[in-house]
Design a protein around this ligand. Structure first.
Ligand SMILES: Nc1nc2c(ncn2[C@@H]2O[C@H](COP(=O)(O)OP(=O)(O)O)[C@@H](O)[C@H]2O)c(=O)[nH]1
Ligand SMILES: [Mg+2]
Length: 371
């Protein structure tokens, strides 16, 4: 038997009779040019058009082309996951049949995997990426789906992309329950991965045929997001869980800081005989130190990737960010109370929330920046 391929290119198809031969030939050419030993696995849901005969004809010409015809439980995600189970290479790449995803980028996906990434995502939403000629409604739907996905995976700009590569280990054994369109979300939510990277690309309108996106797909997606969320909470593992754990830890540390601040203010003023405004400066500083210590040890402590900066640097940045957070808190308290005619304690709650979001995001992305 031939040596196993280096890469399995999975092409899910439904009624792609007009595109399938061209895309297979295009992928084939890219693989040959880059010297990649690849197999092409077409996973079709019993298309009634010319898709199946077209692939059969190519199977006869190219030994590395395979066709799987599914006859039950049709669906894009289901097809891709079935492709995972049949692929022979250690790395899988998923690409649409309609030329929306540029095959030229395939070698870059493999390079990134070889360079240590577990998942490589073709992103429409990072610098250099984009979408060509989509109707406004489609842009809105896609942006909504992407934003929702980013709540689970804030480091990933395009968690719903259909153009991605994964190492086999990420998905084998993962309890994937594919449904609907967004198979990458399922992979990110339940697969075993640590390092994800993105490559920008411009999504082009399909060359021929029509899209199979339906309203049902949107409902499927919402259900999927909830399911991944539930999975993260009940299994307490995976990147979505890690993300939420950090946010909750950060919140708890913040609350501990309030106690330190209040307690010290009281102690120093009452028993230290210090004027309360002076006590407050000490109390604020100690609470910032308290929060830094616990966030450093606990919130971001389990992940060595968060320690790219030296301790003094993290300490200094945390201070700067905290001052910014306090300023945001005050500003919102002031504006909402004065101009919004809102009860000052409610304004303050909004201010605290905004300050928290600021503190968390900036500290997570700058103070405890990952590599
Ligand atoms: N196997 C399979 N492939 C599908 C199904 N629906 C869509 N596809 C394929 O998935 C890719 C993306 O689908 P498309 O309709 O172009 O979605 P859009 O690009 O989001 O509008 C194309 O290669 C389709 O042929 C399905 O139910 N089963
Ligand atoms: Mg398409």
């Amino acid at each position: 038997m031939d040596p196993p391929p280096d890469l399995t290119v999975i092409i899910p198809t439904y009624k792609e009779g007009e595109n399938i031969e061209a895309i297979i030939r295009a992928v084939q050419a890219v693989l040959a040019k880059a010297g990649i030993r690849g197999e092409i696995l077409v996973v079709d849901d019993s298309s009634p058009d010319g898709t199946i005969p077209a692939v059969r004809a190519l199977e006869a010409v190219f030994p590395n082309v395979r066709l799987v015809v599914r006859t039950s439980d049709p669906g894009l995600s289901q097809s891709v996951v079935e492709g995972f189970s049949l692929a022979r290479a250690p790395v899988f790449l998923v690409i649409d049949a309609d030329f929306s995803h540029p095959p030229d980028l395939i070698p870059r996906f493999l390079d990134e995997i070889r360079d240590g990434a577990d998942v490589v995502i073709g992103s429409r939403y990072m610098k250099g990426g984009g979408i060509e000629e989509w109707p406004f409604s489609r842009c809105i739907i896609s942006s909504g789906a992407t934003l929702l996905g980013r709540i689970l995976f804030p480091d990933i700009t395009d968690p719903v992309s259909g153009f991605f590569a994964v190492k086999k280990e990420v998905v084998t054994g993962a309890p994937l329950t594919p449904r609907g369109y967004k198979v990458l979300m399922e992979v990110l939510g339940k697969g075993r991965w640590k390092h994800a990277r993105e490559i920008p690309f411009v999504f082009r309108e399909r060359r021929a045929g029509s899209s199979k996106l339906r309203t049902r797909t949107i409902l499927d997606y919402l259900r999927q997001v909830l399911e991944i969320f539930h999975y993260a909470l009940s299994h307490r593992e995976g990147e979505a869980w890690e993300e939420w754990r950090k946010m909750v830890s950060f919140g708890i540390v913040g609350i501990s800081g309030i106690f330190v601040n209040m307690g010290l203010l009281w102690l120093l003023t009452r028993y230290g005989g210090i004027y309360y405004l002076a006590s407050s400066i000490i109390a604020i500083e100690v609470s910032i130190i308290n929060n830094f210590f616990w966030n450093d040890r606990w919130t971001f402590g389990s992940d060595p990737d968060h320690r790219r900066r030296s301790t003094p640097e993290r300490f200094a940045l945390f201070h700067v960010v905290s001052v910014g957070g306090a300023a945001i808190n005050w500003l919102i308290l002031f504006v909402l109370t004065e101009f919004g005619d809102i009860y000052y304690l409610l304004s303050n709650l909004a201010g605290i929330l905004a300050g928290f979001v600021w503190n968390y995001l900036v500290n997570r992305n700058i103070t405890w920046r990952r590599g």
